[in-house]
Design a protein around this ligand. Structure first.
Ligand code: GLN
Length: 204
């Protein structure tokens, strides 16, 4: 039977953990911070928050959490990464530190800090078909974009950036979801509802 209230963890080594927990709860999940192995074992899905991907990569190592998280992702646990979290889900990262690591959960090349250094709140509304007709107001904070995707990756959203080209900013491959933007810092909980549906489907 489908668990109507799955437990979703937010990797809590660094980044905007609280905002994701609030949004997951508003979307109807039980949400818990995850810092250690035992906490990871208790969740049905995991959010990798926004923050700083190279710091998170280092802390995953320090807390001995890289291997356990990688193993759960390989075993099919649903995972959602926003911004820095998107970088951690990529198979290739452009413009990062030489010692950074990531999970290769989505067959995509991601350019770190692609949108520049400033907080870029796009005025233009972004319609993401998977979320319904109401547009998203995406907030980009030193955000990455996706440069290339493999054949199994579903592109969910693209935006026209200041270089006047369209760039991919939301993708899904199987049980892995990633956005360049931060729905957790806006009132919109539809990305978290979408992820909760992925978790429900995986646990049913
Ligand atoms: N620039 C950050 C990084 O490389 C991501 C920014 C964010 O998550 N807001 O990890």
């Amino acid at each position: 039977m489908t668990d109507a209230t799955p437990t979703i963890g937010v990797l809590a080594l660094q980044g905007d953990v609280r905002e994701h927990i609030r949004h997951l709860e508003a979307a109807g999940a039980r949400a818990v911070p995850v810092r250690r192995r035992t906490e990871l074992d208790a969740v049905d899905g995991l959010v990798l928050p926004g923050g700083e991907s190279t710091t998170m990569s280092r802390l995953l190592d320090v807390y001995e959490m890289y291997e356990p998280v990688a193993a759960r992702i390989t075993a099919g646990m649903p995972v959602y990464g926003s911004c820095a979290g998107m970088i951690l889900l990529a198979s290739e990262v452009v413009n990062t530190r030489a010692d950074a690591t990531w999970f290769s959960a989505i067959d995509m090349s991601v350019r770190r800090n692609a949108f520049g250094r400033q907080v870029d709140s796009f005025e233009a509304d972004l319609v993401v078909d998977a979320l319904g007709p109401e547009p998203v107001r995406p907030v980009f904070i030193r955000a990455p974009w996706v440069e290339t995707v493999g054949p199994d990756v579903e592109v969910l959203a693209q935006v026209r950036a200041s270089d006047d080209r369209e760039h991919i900013v939301a993708v899904r491959q199987g049980n892995a979801l990633a956005t360049s933007f931060h729905p957790e810092v806006t009132p919109d909980v539809r990305v978290h509802e979408y992820f909760l549906d992925m978790v429900r489907a995986a646990t049913s």
